[in-house]
Design a protein around this ligand. Structure first.
Ligand code: FAD
Length: 478
């Protein structure tokens, strides 16, 4: 093999894998030695992009997976600039900033000034009908409660209950954060999901004071954004997130991109070399591998390594969404909100609803409305047994009750994302560090990353793809 051109293989062609390929190529080309190399990206499904899936139809831009990202997170903005896509960035509609939350079968306006569910303006919080007077008093105790010392992890739910009380946790924060993880906050790791909360407690003692202080940096944080989107917390691309995937594929023209090819094993063979085994039984010996599949898949690929069982333990929740179009005349209210959240135990099937075409002005043609209902979260996993018709009917029932929409949708599309939301357990960081240490000893040029490791958001996936690409490049260029 020593006479062959070095060959690096990336397994999984979601955003993490494509970013890893992009930055690995960039880094190896920048080396200046002109050493030839070969990169392959191997993707099991027929197309690239993983969870990202935009459908453009009849003037609608429909996101079946992720729909946007946090503007303040640099890696995706940097990648957009690297790909010449910055002019495609677009922010949310400034006229649809309100969000609602269900309580007692009614929609209540989310008090202004909440950041990730944490109050940063006390007057609107104290006026909200969402929380009882006792619940508000308990939340305000965060201002005086001492901080917890120590470095150990704890669950996100335990932390938030400790700081703000159970009512704020259950009625506001959990439904909001559930949109990101679809998880049970009492099972999710604080250090792996919202380390900034813990850092605020350590620095400011109070979470509310810490959040207020961090808000002051917002202008600074958005300085890197194109002027057109500087005032938006969430940002996407005008023609959908698929344009990011398409631009990456375009930039990877000289890379060997293989879709519809599944990998079954990555193993160490004689002389410390790495062999990749494919579903059809073919084998290839390569000089380096980056695995970016969900962790339960990575655990199977690396099953010869005992420590891979740590990856198999990370639970993934299944979610679905129902996207429906309506005529504007069939919507009996003003479209001045981005959507609403449904806490657990309110008696509905849907967990949230985005008024997509109000939130994103590019998402629907004139006179039409696009709406997206979310189904499934930790503890609510019976939905996969339901047919598409049942899912649509339950979503329609909920929006009829809550929004008064009775019209037949122009179209209704169901997307099932099975085992798609990783649930970082308490002590996740420590478990991952141990796994990586053992992997480095057993297979030094095999790196594993992706949404199951250090962040599920698109910017975090891009960051992780870039980090492992640079790590592999450092090893092979040394
Ligand atoms: P994936 O996208 O899962 O890619 C992994 C790839 O590996 C897949 O394409 C898979 O087919 C492939 N693969 C698996 N096994 C094999 C094998 N054996 N051989 C070869 N290939 C294999 N994030 C945001 O920032 N904003 C949002 O609005 C947002 N919304 C979301 C909504 C939903 C419904 C979901 C599920 C997630 C959302 N996220 C959002 C999170 C974000 O979309 C994901 O974390 C991210 O896309 C994961 O990227 P990835 O490349 O790590 O994994």
């Amino acid at each position: 093999m020593s006479n062959q051109v070095p060959h690096y293989m990336i397994i999984g062609g979601g955003i993490t894998g494509l970013s890893a390929a992009f930055y690995l190529k960039k880094r190896l080309e920048a080396d200046g030695r002109g050493t030839p190399f070969r990169i392959s990206v191997v993707e099991k499904s027929p197309s690239f992009g993983g969870k990202i899936h935009t459908v453009v139809r009849d003037g609608f831009v429909i996101e079946k997976g992720p729909d946007s990202f946090l503007a303040r997170k640099r890696p995706i903005i940097d990648l957009a600039y690297d790909l010449g896509l910055e002019h495609e960035l677009t922010g949310t509609n400034p006229k649809a900033k309100k969000t609602y939350i269900v309580r007692g079968r009614k929609l209540h306006r989310m008090p202004p000034g909440l950041v990730l569910g944490i109050p940063t303006q006390m007057t609107p919080f104290m006026k909200t009908g969402l929380i009882s007077p006792l619940g508000k008093l308990r939340a305000a105790m965060d201002l005086i409660l001492p901080k917890r010392d120590g470095t150990g992890d704890e669950s996100l739910g335990h932390f938030l209950e400790r700081r703000l009380g159970k009512e704020v946790l259950e009625r506001i924060v959990e439904p909001l954060l559930a949109g990101i993880y679809a998880g049970d906050t009492y099972k999710l790791s604080l250090k792996s999901t919202f380390p900034q909360f813990r850092a605020m407690e350590l620095k400011n003692r109070s979470l509310i004071l810490g959040m207020m202080a961090s808000r002051k940096n917002v202008t600074e944080e958005s300085a890197h954004l194109p002027a057109a989107v500087r005032n938006s917390v969430f940002v996407t691309f005008k023609r959908g997130l698929q344009s990011l995937v398409n631009a990456l594929i375009d930039a990877l023209r000289t890379v060997d991109l293989r879709a519809g090819v599944g990998v079954v094993s990555v193993r160490r063979i004689e002389d410390g070399q790495t062999e990749v085994v494919f579903e059809d039984g073919q084998r290839e010996v390569v000089h380096g591998v980056i695995v970016t599949t969900p962790t339960y898949q990575a655990a199977k690929l690396l099953s010869e390594l005992p420590t891979a069982s740590k990856l198999a333990k990370i639970d993934y929740i299944s979610v679905a969404n129902v996207i429906m179009s309506f005529d504007r005349k069939d919507i009996p209210f003003e479209l001045d909100a981005s959507g609403f959240l449904v806490p657990k135990h309110e008696g509905y099937t849907i967990t949230a609803c985005t008024l997509t075409s109000a939130k994103w002005l590019h998402a629907a043609p004139e006179g039409k409305v696009l709406l997206r209902c979310y189904i499934g979260r930790s503890g609510e996993q019976e939905w996969p047994a339901w047919s598409d018709e049942q899912l649509i009917s339950k979503a329609r029932q909920d929006i009829q009750d809550l929004l008064g929409i009775t019209a037949e949708p122009g179209f209704a599309e169901v997307t099932r994302l099975m085992h798609s939301m990783p649930q970082y357990p308490v002590n996740h960081l420590e478990e991952i560090a141990e796994f990586r240490k053992a992997l480095l000893t057993a297979m030094p040029r095999v790196l594993v990353t992706g949404a199951g490791f250090h962040g599920v958001g698109l910017p975090d996936c891009i960051r992780q793809g870039k980090e492992v690409a640079n790590q592999l490049a450092e090893m092979v260029l040394a």
